[in-house]
Design a protein around this ligand. Structure first.
Ligand code: SF4
Length: 346
């Protein structure tokens, strides 16, 4: 089925809790001078309406690449297979032209550094109006201007009537990220993907932006995918968490379950290296070693060279993602039932 504005209108609205984006067996491989890099290796992921899904993992775990693949934003050196359905419409294998009505309007993405996304030679208001009119060409200039003001207010920009006429360099780092969020919310997307949007900001501003994303989600009911390497950020913003390692899912569950009853040694390692959860001794326990090269990922469970619970089976067989622990909790570990049931350090 072709994707156009009419087709999108005809798709049934998902109810709260239904999957608005369903990814199945997604594989992304890059051709490089050194060989084939397997960045994403059979990812299954659901983004449900009206939720904040946190995707967490170290650099190179495939969390950003998988979202860029879904939106058709990877370079031609990438080979993408599998399925990603937005409200039932397949996105993988679509031509760029077919993805245009979806990108920005239905699925929007905020990046880490707003300076690279905002054009420095255009006023912020002009850029927001452009985003609004790209998907609403018949909207009058007056209505688009008023909508831009509304969006600046929504994201807490002070004196929006003044700020709308300023250039990005006249905004602070936190305000630029707010302006980016305003631009991405311009067309009331069904899914907002936030890719490490607070990493470049200092801690105080980071807290404000997290609060803002949460507020915007609660007011608009947009599903949010929040990508981060920081479980502390996840604890503050997410309803559910998907932990990724070496291009695969390690564990999935709601945020309380994963923080209090994780059933995967990698998630437990991430938790042990969090200052707030380091336990009574206050000692941080970093995960030994480094993430694997995706040119030659380890056989079996890719985490086995770093895993304190690894056994021979782990070096031979890839563990399937299976239900264990709390309802809707899934873990890809052969020995998930042997992972202790308490928080590290307690
Ligand atoms: Fe560790 Fe083995 Fe579980 Fe992988 S499958 S996380 S190596 S115990």
């Amino acid at each position: 089925m072709a994707i156009d504005a009419e087709t999108l209108e005809e798709q049934p609205e998902p109810a709260a809790g239904d999957a608005v984006l369903e990814i199945r067996n997604l594989e992304v491989t890059f051709k490089t001078e050194d060989g084939m890099v397997s960045a994403v290796r059979g990812l299954d992921l659901d983004v449900r309406a009206d939720e904040v899904l946190g995707i967490v993992g170290e650099s190179g775990s495939g969390k950003s690449v998988s979202m860029l693949a879904v939106l058709g934003l990877l370079p031609p050196t990438a080979t993408i297979t599998g399925s990603a359905k937005f409200r039932g419409l397949e996105l993988i294998g679509r031509k760029q032209k077919e993805l245009q009505p979806i990108r920005g309007a239905k699925i929007a993405m905020i990046f880490q550094d707003p300076l690279t996304a905002l054009n420095p030679v255009h006023r912020v208001g002009v850029q927001i109006i452009e985003a609004i009119k790209a998907h609403n060409p018949d909207m009058s200039n007056r209505d688009a201007y008023n909508r831009a003001l509304e969006l600046l207010e929504l994201v807490g920009i002070p004196r929006p009537r003044v700020r709308i006429d300023q250039y990005p360099h006249e905004y602070s780092g936190g305000m630029r990220q707010r302006a980016m969020i305003a631009m991405m919310m311009a067309n009331d997307p069904d899914v907002l993907i936030a890719d490490e949007p607070t990493t470049a900001l200092d801690v105080t501003i980071q807290a404000q932006i997290l609060e803002l994303v949460k507020n915007v989600q609660e007011r608009t009911h947009t599903a949010v995918v929040f990508i981060t390497h920081d479980l502390g950020v996840i604890a503050r913003i997410a309803d559910r968490v998907q932990v990724m390692y070496a291009g695969r899912t390690a564990e999935v569950g709601d945020v309380e379950t994963l923080f209090s009853g994780s059933k995967h040694p990698y998630t437990r390692g991430l938790l042990s290296s969090l200052p707030a959860l380091a336990g009574r001794t206050g000692k941080l326990q970093p995960i030994a070693g480094a993430p694997p090269s995706m040119l030659h990922p380890p056989p079996g469970c890719a985490f086995h060279p770093r895993c304190p619970m690894a056994q021979v089976l782990c070096t031979q067989e890839q563990p399937p993602l299976r239900a264990i622990g709390a309802p809707q909790q899934l873990s890809a570990c052969h020995f998930a039932d042997q992972v202790p049931d308490t928080r590290p350090g307690t």
